[in-house]
Design a protein around this ligand. Structure first.
Ligand SMILES: [Zn+2]
Length: 366
């Protein structure tokens, strides 16, 4: 199966750690936590229109009409919360998130605008993404303040803001399994080969959607210090190998935010409840500049062509007028010189006469 086909059509949930299944839907992952016989929870809800695929995967794992104990949200971006409204309604379950993510899961506030000016393929793609909130206000529950997860005894949640104001990760200390959401990803989401699963590695959060880099870097450090043995992320394949924890520490040390963009050097500001207070003004958008340049060039060319066309029209109008003019004028004039015989040679010099004859022929030839 080609990578592209696999990426789009991979309907089978895959066991990625004891009691944890990953469903890769388009380019984003959702996770099922729970043994096939027992209760289970869903982490994130994929893209819009993924509800059917997720329900199907749940039934293949947990049986017909399977229903989770809860839905846990790492954050509310459209590729993670896309199906949260439909799934939480059809299952009638609570949706757990950090309170600072509530504005974006209760329809109260849009995320800060995405930033295509970070550049790259991913940046350009982000132009068509949405920063609109979803609304599951009736089912929204705050994660317990002590970091525990009531429905998952041996798990805790970790506050990892930056990518969004209320972004969280989930960690199972027993075997050091980390679900990092978009705080760290294992897919090079910024280039086409990476999006098709070209290579697996460690990357920071999707750049075009990260409005606070200082916090995002702190969160990467925080996750590296957990020294996970298995890393499961919002985008990309699972990573689990001896030395992953050291690689993560090294990655946290070396990782740098993009060089330029709307949220560099100034971050978006958020209120205490997580809603947007202010965003920095947009910066020079290369694509828009290029498009504006091309547009101005085309307008210039059109103006030159128009002037040329106008001038040539004017010229042909004058020529036409001149032609008509000459015809009407020439004829009586020519008639006059048709009667030279009566005049004396002194009045009509030969050279003038031959010129006049030539003019007469011109008229007759036409
Ligand atoms: Zn995200």
């Amino acid at each position: 199966m080609s990578r592209l086909k696999k990426m789009v059509m991979n309907d089978e949930p895959q066991l990625v750690a004891p009691g944890i299944y990953r469903l890769s839907s388009t380019i984003v992952n959702v996770y099922f936590i729970g043994l096939p016989a027992g209760p289970w929870v869903l982490v994130d809800t994929g893209m819009p229109f993924s509800a059917g695929q997720i329900r199907q995967a749940a039934e293949s794992l947990y049986g017909l009409d399977a229903r989770p104990e809860a839905i846990l949200m790492t954050h509310g971006h459209f590729d993670h919360a896309g199906s949260v409204e439909e799934l939480s309604r059809s299952w009638d379950v609570a949706v757990y998130a950090h309170p600072r993510e509530f504005p974006y899961l209760s329809g109260r506030c849009e995320y800060p605008p995405q930033d295509p000016t970070v550049g790259g393929f991913g940046g350009q793609m982000s132009r068509v993404y949405t920063n609109k909130p979803y609304n599951v206000a009736e089912r929204l529950q705050a994660l317990p303040e002590d970091g525990s997860l009531p429905m998952l005894q041996d798990w805790k949640w970790v506050f990892t803001p930056g990518h969004t104001p209320g972004h969280v990760s989930f960690f199972r200390e027993r075997d050091r399994v980390l679900i990092a959401g978009d705080a760290i990803i294992t897919m090079d989401i910024h280039n086409p080969a990476g999006l098709m699963g070209g290579h697996t590695g460690l990357w920071g959060p999707p750049e075009y959607f990260t409005p606070d880099w200082r916090m995002a870097l702190k969160s990467i450090d925080k996750l590296a210090l957990l020294k996970p043995k298995t890393l499961l992320t919002g985008h990309g394949d699972p990573l689990s190998y001896r030395g992953l924890d050291l690689d993560l520490v090294q990655f946290a040390d070396k990782y740098r935010p993009p060089l330029h963009g709307r949220y560099i050097p100034y971050a978006a500001e958020f209120a205490e409840d997580g809603s947007v207070l202010s965003v920095p003004p947009p910066v020079n958008d290369t694509l828009v500049t290029v498009l504006a340049g091309v547009g101005a060039g085309l307008v210039g060319l059109a103006a030159v062509y128009g002037a040329f066309k106008l001038n040539s029209n004017r010229k042909s109008r004058i020529e036409e007028r001149y032609r008509l003019h000459r015809t009407t004028i020439d004829l009586p004039w020519n008639k006059r010189i048709n009667r030279p015989a009566a005049r004396s040679d002194r009045q009509y010099k030969p050279v003038t006469y031959s010129l006049m004859r030539k003019k007469r022929y011109d008229v007759e030839d036409r």
